[in-house]
Design a protein around this ligand. Sequence first.
Ligand code: HEC
Ligand code: HEC
Ligand code: HEC
Ligand code: HEC
Length: 353
Amino acid sequence: MKLNIMQTVVLAGVVLAGAAIAVTTLERPPVQVTQNGYRGVGMQQLSNPRLAEAMAARNQAPQSIVSVPDVGPKAGQLYKNVQVLGDLGVAQFARTMAAITAWVSPEQGCNYCHNPNNMASDEVYTKVVARRMFQMTAALNTQWQDHVQQTGVTCYTCHRGQPVPAYNWSEDTKPPRLAGLSAGQAGQNMPRASVGSTSLPYDPFTPFLEDRPANIRVQGTAIHPNPKVPGTKETEWTYGLMMHMSTSLGVNCTFCHNSRNWSSWEESTPQRMTAWYGIRMVRDINANYITPLTPQWQAHPNGPEGGPVQARLGHEGDALKVNCTTCHQGVNKPLYGAAMAKDYPALLIPQSR
Ligand code: HEC
Ligand code: HEC
Ligand code: HEC
Ligand code: HEC
């Protein structure tokens, strides 16, 4: 068979397009399969050792700073304006300041939160935010052990050496509308990473991870019409959230469910219970800590003239909030379960609700 130029070009195009699809959608072997339930139920986890290696490199916990003896005066006695960490010995207090600088603002240093001429002043908004973040982190470690166990979290779990955690979400309920037939797309059909590049609703966070959440259900226990029966919307959001949970932990659905009966708790793995607490914990973080700090971030000079360009608020004006990826970043236990928090008494101070 002889091809003319036009046919050759078209054929080359087809071959290239085919290769592009194969490269971007298929995973290069080897793929490992691990059995996660009884034999024959298909509860399997797929993993790829090559990708796991890259993942491991990105999720190393930093070394803890050498511990210090608990001697000397308390920070609350020595300093002028210590409202949360007052019971720490002064050496432990200094060690804590060094640690949060490394975790949150290593490039900017102490002055990211302080006026160097008056360390006691609260004039820099990041200091006010950081004080609340101390309370939040301690609450996670002392009140949410049903989720974080003894592993706990530090500022680094979310921040990873930068002032704004890389993985966050903000409301995305009103996308620019398209014209014609695609108008009224109900926040979906525009594949986004937030829901694993599916066409599911790409903001399952606003309905599920804030203060007055909808029910994460696809099956009702009553008869229509009844407000307790989930509709199409709840169902789509539920699958959207499940895609988010799976991708942020780097696991398949069967890490938590037996897919013959998604809703049955008896047939689910213990990890599903941990995830259930995780959802409640994330709501607590967003509703009681992050969102109330919104006025602080409004004070941040957004935009080119005002300093750092990186915005602190979403495009609907809400704060940048937490979801599963903020901590997990692709692995089933953040930082592979490195237990950093126990080395920092400042992060274990019991909090009142
Ligand atoms: C991410 C924000 C942040 C960074 C970075 C930071 N601090 Fe602080 N610092 C705070 C907060 C919040 C308090 C108040 C704690 C409280 O109220 O319990 C504080 C309080 C202090 C105080 C007590 C001042 C007083 O008289 O009340 C000193 C001293 C201090 N920090 C030193 C440092 C040093 C030194 C560094 C750099 C190694 C540093 N801080 C980096 C947030 C920060
Ligand atoms: C559960 C995740 C999480 C943990 C743990 C956490 N933070 Fe944050 N923090 C966030 C998010 C999300 C933002 C960004 C919010 C925004 O910009 O709207 C933030 C913002 C901040 C900011 C403001 C930065 C800026 O430039 O505006 C400071 C300062 C900060 N955190 C300090 C801390 C400190 C100190 C700790 C540990 C005591 C800590 N954070 C623990 C999630 C977390
Ligand atoms: C990390 C654990 C975890 C993973 C992974 C996970 N789920 Fe879920 N799933 C849950 C939890 C927890 C709930 C219940 C949420 C609640 O009640 O707050 C749930 C609820 C559901 C429901 C609603 C059941 C009902 O009673 O109506 C469906 C359907 C579902 N998941 C499907 C999936 C699918 C499909 C995947 C994979 C794309 C998946 N899940 C991945 C933990 C998980
Ligand atoms: C504030 C940080 C943080 C956030 C946010 C977070 N997790 Fe976790 N999660 C942890 C830590 C820490 C552990 C490890 C606990 C342990 O050592 O068993 C963990 C463990 C888990 C496990 C158990 C894994 C296993 O191998 O046993 C599941 C499942 C899980 N998280 C699901 C979720 C889901 C789903 C979300 C979002 C709704 C979420 N997490 C949000 C910190 C977080």
